[in-house]
Design a protein around this ligand. Structure first.
Ligand code: ADP
Ligand code: MG
Length: 364
């Protein structure tokens, strides 16, 4: 199949017709020649392994994570701090620093192409065109010395070959798209001149510039207050639906994903311990860790009171236990759990749980 079949009309990028004609005149850096198969699944992460080689030892950060994402679908990746959510995202993006990080196994297939085998130059193109990411901390992800308009215009100039003027126009319409008031005036402002919520909108605009097929949002609202959080989540959900993107939403807060995710993966110690559609999980978790996470959702009616937290700490990733890594913190744990690491069992209705006693958990 010809790779050019997969080129999208520029209009779907939110780029005007006029600009799209100019685009055809000037060759620009695109990822189309990398052999993506439009009929292959959008994103498949299979048996991913990542380790950090440090002076303290080898930290086994990701230990065989598998999941998939279709167009128009939202996957929530959940887990406490340190469970491997960001490392998973960075592995998909190809932005892990190596050393100390090494991908030691698995595949990250985008439309059938294993991104992990691509040279850096190609990965850079994929990052621009197909897989984009929104980070938690917008201020440190934006360059303080350039105007927001300049930074938003850059991808259009580099990857689409637009003139400076055309690119500026796109920048303004992107700001407008993400709901920044008086967008055409604000392109001249610097990142610090935006509020936290508006900055996060700028980040989202930047991620969407080249109309990615997959958007990864890593704790996109964690630094924001509750009202703004809700607005940003709504913006992400709206844009995702409009563009039929695959969205990976990473969070440690199960409350955040309940409304927007179609399915979730719960991570613990670099493994996926539960995989399910969102509604069945919330109603009836199949893994003790998911249950504990659900019980730690901050509740409005308990405002001011101590939040429920999960007792104990995650395992040291340089010395993972032989058995289930959640065993020391688990109230269902038996002798077997100490020695026998549970696989991801099928627990019915397309759900999986890595707990030997999932039946008891489901019934509890
Ligand atoms: P989170 O779920 O909070 O996003 P991360 O994916 O950032 O967790 O990290 C998972 C684990 O990977 C950490 O607990 C840590 O052991 C390891 N790790 C992440 N980044 C580094 C690093 N730069 N150097 C060494 N270890 C790291
Ligand atoms: Mg993280």
């Amino acid at each position: 199949m010809s790779a050019t079949q997969d080129i999208k009309p520029a209009d779907t990028v939110g780029i005007g017709r006029e600009a799209s004609e100019k685009q055809s005149r000037k060759e620009a850096a695109r990822s189309d020649a990398l052999g993506f198969d439009p009929s292959a699944p959008l994103l498949e992460v299979e048996d991913l392994h990542v380790e950090f080689r440090t002076r303290e030892g080898v930290a086994h950060a990701i230990n065989g994570a598998s999941f998939s994402l279709s167009e128009g679908e939202t996957l929530g990746i959940l887990g406490e701090s340190g469970s491997g959510k960001s490392v998973t995202a960075q592995a998909i993006m190809g932005i892990l620093d190596s050393p100390p990080a090494f991908v030691t196994g698995g595949q990250v297939r985008l439309r059938g192409v294993d991104l992990l085998t691509l040279p850096e130059e190609s990965r850079r193109l994929v990052r621009a065109d197909r897989v984009a990411m929104v980070f938690q901390d917008a201020l440190s992800s934006l360059n303080p010395v350039f105007t927001v308009g300049h930074q938003l215009a850059e991808p259009f100039r580099i990857h689409r070959g637009y003139s400076k003027q055309e690119a500026r126009k796109e920048a303004a319409s992107l700001l407008d798209l993400v709901g920044i008031p008086a967008a055409s005036g604000r392109v001249h402002d610097y990142p610090h001149q935006f509020s936290g919520g508006m900055r996060q909108r700028v980040m989202i605009a930047m991620a969407l510039a080249l109309d990615p097929d997959v958007l990864i949002a890593d704790e996109p609202t964690t630094a924001l207050d509750v009202t703004v959080q809700a607005q940003i989540m709504k913006l992400l959900a709206d844009l995702q639906a409009e563009r039929n993107m695959g969205l990976i939403l990473i969070t440690h807060d199960m409350g955040v994903v309940a409304d927007v995710a179609d399915k979730i993966c719960v991570m613990y110690a670099g493994r996926i311990v539960e995989r399910a559609d969102v509604h069945s999980t919330y109603g009836n978790p199949a893994h003790p860790y998911t249950k504990a996470l659900l019980e730690s959702i901050p509740r409005v009616d308990l405002k001011g009171q101590q939040l429920a937290t999960i007792e104990g700490l995650p395992p040291n990733l340089t010395r993972l236990p032989d058995g289930c890594s959640f065993e020391p913190r688990c109230s269902w744990a038996r002798e077997r759990c100490r020695v026998d690491d549970p696989p991801l069992y099928d627990v019915g209705a397309g759900r999986q749980s890595a707990c030997h006693y999932y039946e008891e958990v489901l019934g509890s």
